[in-house]
Design a protein around this ligand. Structure first.
Ligand code: ADP
Length: 393
């Protein structure tokens, strides 16, 4: 198990002339975890996040970052804000400069980076969020999703270890929300710890490794998502509702169906539950293959030619850069979110698929497909696609 990166010991915070917003909270977050802080309006989520990166100071209790108590002198706070990046809910409050470049450069300049370091940091961050070429654009002319990406790039430019997002998908349309959630997964697969606050349980349930359920400035429950959201009593107390898939699982259980112990977190998991309940057979006998294509090593022209000869394949793209490469080469994507599960669903119908992605995600795809295969007694072939040129014959 990886080490603890952030810890709170009985912290309390009261706003000047306000009620106590955080009332004695203790928890720890491990490196590389995906944490969702969930609770109704006024629960204390935003306050807790402000405490995390030192914007406000607890009245009592201790916050530890990397096993060291957070200190509040100027240089310690500067270090904390570099290592714990905070993306506000409303990008208009985060974006301050007249151009995208200047805005993303703000953090690195303040940290005293040299001009060439600033340039490299800004270039890298904009590339990461898929906004290369946007450097000179005035942020106010961008769409909501693009502004969000600028705000994220501004934080990424400082290369933080932990990223905190207050309501990351607020104000975005469903596809914009999916893009942002995928970006969070991509950052996590590269070793960043990700903490989000949300009251959207359908978003938090499949995404989080752990959920902290907050109510009235206290922790009501802290556990893996199906436990945290699995108690009707707590869910009701927190003015939330149970995630649909979990509710459906409990309804099937009440009706006496034999169900796998692991609760469904995705449509794929649910399908598996239903298959077992009604047929007692996990999947079809001859699953389709999943091929993984690393766009960083790509011969995209020949790959596209190969794809055109295999029109039956579904195409998924994982990660901002992979999606961008697909768009650059006019490759139509069937899936851009929840891609691995959607390709497994295809495989279970005996259909093949290709996932376009970048180096850092390849292992995750292999692990997920192999874990699924092992847990469900199927053998879904998964392979790294050979260089496309070899396949164009
Ligand atoms: P959430 O993010 O879960 O909606 P908040 O952290 O914003 O909750 O608020 C927690 C509590 O603190 C609420 O009772 C809220 O009214 C209060 N609060 C938040 N900001 C301030 C402030 N600037 N001054 C006084 N009280 C505040």
């Amino acid at each position: 198990m990886s080490s603890i990166i952030l810890e709170a010991r009985d912290i309390r915070y009261r706003y000047p002339r306000g009620l106590e917003a955080i009332c004695g909270i203790s928890f720890h977050i491990r490196k590389c975890e995906k944490i969702a802080i969930v609770g109704p309006n006024g629960a204390g989520k935003s306050t807790l996040m402000l405490l995390f990166n030192g914007m406000i100071r607890p009245d009592s209790g201790i916050l530890l970052f990397d096993n060291e108590p957070v200190r509040y002198d100027k240089s310690s706070l500067r270090m904390i804000r570099k290592r714990i990046g905070f993306v506000l809910q409303n990008p208009d409050r985060q974006i301050i400069a007249p151009t995208v470049y200047q805005d993303v450069a703000f953090g690195p300049v303040n940290l005293g980076y040299s001009e060439s370091e600033v340039k490299a940091a800004v270039g890298g961050a904009l590339r990461y969020v898929g906004l290369e070429g946007f450097e000179r654009r005035p942020p106010h002319q961008l769409s909501g999703g693009e502004k969000k990406r600028v705000a994220i790039a501004g934080v990424l430019a400082m290369d933080p270890d932990v990223l905190i997002f207050d309501e990351p998908t607020a104000g975005l349309d469903p596809s914009g929300s999916e893009d942002i959630m995928e970006l969070l997964d991509e950052l996590n697969s590269q070793g960043k710890t990700i903490i989000i606050s949300t009251h959207d349980i359908e978003l938090a349930y499949p995404w989080a490794d752990r959920v902290i359920l907050l109510l009235g400035g206290k922790i009501l429950q802290e556990d893996i998502p199906d436990v945290a959201f699995g108690s009707p009593e707590y869910v009701r107390k927190a003015h939330l509702s149970m995630p649909t898939l979990l509710e459906l699982y409990f309804e099937l259980e009440k009706r006496g169906f034999s169900l796998p112990e692991r609760k469904p977190r995705t449509i794929l998991d649910m399908l598996n539950v239903i298959d077992r309940a009604f047929h007692n057979r996990p999947c079809c006998s001859e699953p389709g293959a999943i091929m993984v294509y690393n766009v960083d090593l790509a011969e995209m022209d020949s790959f596209r030619a190969w794809l055109s000869k295999n029109p039956e394949l579904s195409i998924g793209a994982m990660g901002t850069r992979a999606k961008q490469r697909a768009m650059d080469y006019q490759i139509t994507m069937d899936f851009t979110y929840g891609v691995i599960d959607k390709c497994i669903l295809k495989a279970l119908l005996g259909e093949g698929s290709v996932i376009l992605t970048t180096e850092s995600m390849v292992q995750r795809i292999f692990d997920r497909v192999r874990d699924f295969s092992r847990e469900n007694g199927v053998n879904i072939p998964v392979s790294l696609l050979p260089e496309a040129s070899e396949n164009t014959e």
